[in-house]
Design a protein around this ligand. Structure first.
Ligand code: TRP
Length: 331
């Protein structure tokens, strides 16, 4: 039997090429080897997004984004967290096995408390119980589908360790393997994608290249990449140029070598280097952008795909809850 890979996708607006190379592409690669279950973490988003129109739209945006990038809903169980009520039943059960002290140590919660303290606010200001108990819901997301591996970024490893803790407490208490203990799958070999200003591409730095921008907007964004003041004639070092680092993500080895040669030879200005980057990015993103636009223009079909995913997911979730209830004496 294939092992199970599961990950949650927070619906947080426009996807960018950092998301693509850092999370989407590696998760889709993993789906070839594992039984993959990927979901839109919409109840997680509710902790921070209270505008209903915005949340409703970003849920679709992110789902359409993953489908446009190649997620095959015939092969991956793809669903919305909010469509699986069993997740919330498991959350309630896991609460009984989760020390409050464990939640006090969660990075996201601690960071929020620290920000309040620095600002001189009450330590609890702006912190809702959804944020405080976030790791329990996330553990339920994972455990309910008997996940073996959870592909995540480094920042999420602590959450996976907490999920392990919860599953182990349950198993230890009942003296049997009720819940599967998941492992984090941190991908250390994923490309670091530099942003327009050379720092890591991140929405919070405002330095991103969006995945689904129109051709015109994409061109404009790429032309904004910061460069040094070397003249056209001067030879340039591809290895220290973020334009070239980005180019590498979109070109094969011979294409990379050919362009590196032109950098080193001199005679190519930064404007031209950006035009080369734009053509490569645009060639790669055009079909993805077209698929994305097509999916977003037919929301009922998109919703049907997500509903079908939920129909496949629910029986698996129900079986886990049933097993746990039986072990707990609530059956
Ligand atoms: N917390 C994750 C993030 O911020 C999203 C997430 C929610 C998740 N539930 C999950 C990831 C379960 C992996 C498994 O990106």
């Amino acid at each position: 039997m294939k092992k199970i890979s599961l990950t949650g996708i927070k619906p947080t607006g426009d996807l960018h090429i950092g998301n693509y190379f850092g999370a989407i592409k590696p998760a889709l690669e993993l789906a070839k080897e594992y039984d993959a279950r990927y979901f839109i973490a919409d109840y997680h988003a509710l902790n921070t997004m209270k505008n209903s129109k915005e949340l409703n739209f970003t849920i679709r945006q992110v789902a359409a984004g993953w489908l446009a990038c190649g997620l095959d809903p015939e092969k991956v169980i793809f669903y919305r967290q909010s469509s699986i009520p069993e997740v919330f039943e498991l959350t309630a059960m896991l609460m009984a096995f989760t020390a409050k002290g464990l939640m006090n140590r969660a990075h996201a919660y601690k960071a929020a408390v620290q920000e309040n303290t620095e600002r001189g606010d009450d330590t609890d200001a702006g912190i809702n119980m959804g944020l405080f108990t976030y790791p329990v819901l996330m553990a339920a997301d994972i455990i309910i589908f008997d996940s073996d591996i959870v592909p995540v970024g480094r920042d999420q490893v602590q959450h996976i360790e907490m999920a392990q803790d919860m599953a182990q407490s349950v198993n230890a208490n009942y003296g049997q393997q009720v819940l599967k203990v998941p492992q984090a799958g941190v991908q250390d070999n994923t490309a670091v994608v530099p942003g327009l200003d050379g720092r890591k591409m991140s929405k919070s730095y405002g330095n991103v290249i969006p995945l689904f921008a129109s051709e015109k907007a994409l061109h404009k964004t790429i032309m904004r990449i910061t460069t040094n003041s070397q003249s056209v004639q001067e030879p340039k070092d591809p290895d220290t140029s973020q334009i070239f680092q980005l180019y590498k993500l979109f070109a094969d080895e011979s294409g990379q070598a050919a362009l590196a040669e032109r950098y080193r030879a001199g005679g190519m200005g930064w404007g031209e280097a950006k035009e080369e980057l734009f053509s490569a990015v645009n060639r790669c993103l055009s079909p993805i952008r077209e698929r994305y636009d097509a999916i977003m223009s037919d929301i009922p079909s998109l919703d049907r795909i997500l509903k079908q995913g939920a129909e496949k997911a629910r029986p698996i979730a129900a079986a886990t809850v049933k097993r746990f209830r039986k072990a707990a004496g609530i059956d």
